[in-house]
Design a protein around this ligand. Structure first.
Ligand SMILES: [Zn+2]
Length: 476
């Protein structure tokens, strides 16, 4: 990036997991049969009146507070007028000049420095329906209005982000906060978390504002980072060859790994916003805001600090564990019973996360519970299984939900801690590797590790490694 720096701002839409929709009592559910969660209000039939869902307002205030925003004592809903077939009213209820929350920030830790990303605004609005193209009759488009009226928050950042990596980390942090607040399930693949990005490039160290390009259609955090990397690269080569970057909206093409033009410079979008006359303004007293502030759960940053303080965990571990509320809960549940926090952390961050990721599972979907892990650690402490066997046991527990003791019993994995049983094997290994034994005698300490490894191999990992060490040392 020599010579240029990126100026990136994000616009994030979050579907909230309220029980009912934003302005009517239809269920807010994903995946129902098309057009089953609808009523006259969300179908925009004549003569209906929207009524604000109290949970939407409370969730919005909580998100604003968690993002260090000012909460407006007075705010209102506006109609954003535009015509599109998935929008039956021909306007979307949104907030325009008086959003509920503004002037916040979120700090993001990136490789040893902190990037403070300003939050311009957080406002409430409703989602539109969904068009299904080419299903059933080719040449027809079908409209599903189940999503019409689903409550959304729009979170807009200042253009404070400087690298694609910062953008991804910002989103990961934001997602964690939303999940801690339990206001959204944040599933990008189901569209409950959607992100657009604005990106422009300027000579490093200046505060020039160059033409920005909007990128849409990024379906994962990884895709956001990759799309931004591609776009930064594209703009840089245009500037370097003396060209001009046009204001346009580009889509991310995951398969080809490039951004492609969706539409070029729109006419300054004129949505003809005006206050929604059907909805009363939102007036919040300081007491109500205070009540909601007190109702906030412990958030990721605070929990991370507490894990460091209370359990003496390294900052890195605490960061990994608290990135997900469920993972942090899992860890703390283990530690309540089994207080060796670092040992628990190693297993949770290591094997547990590895298996979750490889099978694409959420913490809550795992068959392995905290008590499974604790029981296994206790078997290790009692010398019944070795660390190596424990890995096998752990994976088996993860896949089957069986208890450690049962797996050890069924598979005959009990550690061999009997000197008599090991003596023969130790002698064999010594006899088979005279050169290594000689190296060790000449002071090459590492040679012992090789011999231990040979014994472990012959016992299929079941020998007690401390015992093997001692026996080898005695015999050489
Ligand atoms: Zn409805």
């Amino acid at each position: 990036m020599a010579g240029y720096e990126a100026v990136i701002g994000l616009e994030v839409h979050v579907e909230l997991r309220t029980k009912t929709k934003a302005f009517c009592s239809c269920p807010n559910e994903f995946g129902s049969e098309p057009n089953t969660n609808v009523c006259p209000v969300c179908l925009a039939l004549p003569g209906v009146l929207p009524v604000l869902n109290r949970s939407l307002l409370e969730y919005a205030v909580q998100v604003g507070l968690a993002l260090n925003c000012e909460i407006a004592p007075f705010s209102k809903f506006d109609r954003k007028n535009y015509f599109y077939p998935d929008l039956p009213k021909a306007y979307q209820i949104s907030q325009y000049d008086l959003p509920l929350c503004r002037n916040g920030y979120l700090d993001v830790e990136v490789d040893g420095y902190t990037r403070r990303v300003g939050i311009t605004r957080v406002h409430m609005e409703e989602d539109a329906g969904k068009l299904l193209h080419g299903e059933g009759n080719p040449g027809y488009s079908l409209v599903d209005l189940n999503r019409a009226g689903v409550p959304l928050l729009e979170i807009v950042t200042e253009p404070d982000i400087r690298t694609p990596e910062e953008a991804r980390l910002f989103l990961e942090n934001l997602k964690a906060i939303l999940q801690y607040l339990d206001v959204s399930d944040c599933k990008m693949e189901e569209g409950s978390l959607r992100c657009d990005a604005n990106v422009s490039l300027r000579p490093a160290g200046t505060d020039v504002l160059n033409t920005k390009v909007e990128i849409k259609n990024m379906n994962s955090f990884r895709a956001v980072q990759r799309a931004l990397e591609g776009e930064v690269q594209r703009q840089r080569s245009i500037y370097e060859s003396g060209g001009v970057v046009f204001q346009e909206t580009r889509g991310w093409d995951e398969d080809r790994g490039i951004t492609v033009v969706m539409r070029s410079k729109e006419e300054a979008s004129d949505y003809r916003y005006f206050p929604d006359p059907d909805l009363v303004p939102i007036v919040l007293s300081p007491e109500e805001v205070e009540r909601l502030r007190r109702s906030l759960p412990e958030l990721p940053v605070a929990r991370r600090e507490r894990l460091i303080r209370d359990y003496g965990l390294p900052a890195y571990d605490a960061g990994v564990l608290t990135a997900s509320r469920d993972l942090a809960d899992f860890f703390e549940e283990c530690v309540r019973v089994y207080p060796d926090a670092k040992k628990v952390s190693n297993w949770v961050m290591g094997e547990f996360l590895r298996l979750l990721n490889s099978q694409n599972l959420e913490v809550k979907q795992a068959k392995l519970s905290p008590s499974h892990l604790v029981e296994m650690l206790q078997l290790m402490d009692e010398g019944i299984i070795s660390g190596k066997i424990a890995k096998t046991v752990f994976e088996e527990m993860f896949n089957t939900g069986k208890r450690a003791a049962q797996i050890v019993e069924e598979k005959g994995l009990v550690q061999i801690s009997d000197e008599g049983e090991l003596a023969g094997i130790v002698e064999e290994v010594l006899a088979a590797h005279p050169q290594v034994v000689d190296d060790y005698r000449k002071g090459k300490r590492k040679a012992l590790g090789f011999l231990v490894g040979q014994v472990m191999k012959r016992t299929k990992g079941k020998a007690n490694p401390q015992l093997v060490n001692r026996m080898l040392e005695e015999r050489i």
